[in-house]
Design a protein around this ligand. Structure first.
Ligand SMILES: [Zn+2]
Ligand SMILES: [Zn+2]
Length: 291
């Protein structure tokens, strides 16, 4: 790799440098009084490295090199190679550097190993093994495990045999007296059933339920209704678990998409008025990939 100079040429260089120092020292001694400060400093500037490096004897050079840490040695080596005429070696360094960067980028966050057959997600650019991310999307959810960007629609485990029916009335909800035609009423119905593999207690029965929810009958309310219908198809509105209100297990519960189950009573009673509800429920739907 590095070219070693013939020992005699090293000797001649060091002799020459030593001579230079002698001259400098001599000139400082003899011309000390007569020389102006500027001249002295100029002399120093011209040969600072030579002067410093040769305060230690040339024979000590080897031991100093040995005491260098591997990193320092590496840097030294790289420098030497860079000054070399051989172009191949320069390329070797840059490709080495690239491969280090590549390893950092191409580590799969699912198996925590190097990516085999890397697959880059198109929206967020995160990279995983093809088999890892395909399995994750299929078996868990179509969402980047690093940044939670949603790919496609996420399916829930809401019981399959439910219904969602809609009717309207002329009665206007509190807070929407002036900007709605009335109220949209949603009725969800689920009969009793048996939990499947996607539920907390497969094989155990769960209780059926009927729930009602209300939206203002205006443009915003109609838009949210469409999103809720999509969420229902994707089995996202309900899940099976423990009821937050009764504490009973194995019941159908809401699944983080809040509904207004009362017309009146405000926020604390899950009713209207609630100025921010429509925006909140849109965000909750978007969090499940529905928008
Ligand atoms: Zn992987
Ligand atoms: Zn991502």
């Amino acid at each position: 790799m590095s070219k070693t100079l013939p020992s005699n040429s090293l000797l001649s260089i060091s002799t020459q440098i030593q001579n230079d120092i002698k001259i400098i020292k001599k000139s400082r001694k003899t011309k000390n009084k007569t020389l102006s400060d500027t001249t002295v400093s100029t002399t120093y500037h011209e040969t600072p490295n030579v002067y410093n490096s040769l305060t230690t004897k040339p024979t000590n050079k080897r031991t100093r090199l040995d005491s260098l840490t591997p990193n320092k040695l590496k840097q030294k080596k790289k420098k030497e190679i860079l000054y070399d005429d051989d172009d191949d070696e320069i390329e070797e360094i840059s490709s080495e550097k690239k491969s280090i960067e590549k390893i950092e980028i191409d580590r799969c966050a699912i198996c925590l190993d190097d990516c085999t057959e890397p697959k880059q997600l198109d929206k967020c650019s995160h990279i995983f093994c093809r088999t890892c991310i395909d399995h994750y999307f299929e078996a868990i959810k179509p969402q980047c495990p690093c940044c939670f960007t949603i790919y496609g629609e996420i399916r829930g485990n809401q019981p399959v045999n439910g219904t969602m029916t809609i009717d309207t009335s002329k009665h206007r909800l509190p807070g929407f007296e002036h900007d709605s035609r009335g109220t949209i009423r949603i009725t969800y119905y689920f009969p009793h059933g048996i939990q499947d593999e996607s539920h907390p207690n497969p094989g155990k029965p769960y209780q059926g339920t009927t729930r009602q929810a209300f939206l203002p009958d205006n443009r915003d309310g109609r838009h949210i209704l469409e999103l809720l219908q999509r969420a229902f198809e994707l089995r996202q509105i309900f899940t099976i678990g423990q009821s937050r209100t009764t504490g009973y297990d194995n019941v159908i519960t809401w699944n983080d998409i809040h509904h207004k189950t009362n017309i009146h009573g405000g926020v604390e009673n899950f009713g209207y008025p609630d100025k921010t509800y429509l925006n909140r429920v849109k965000q909750e739907l978007a969090a499940k990939g529905i928008k």
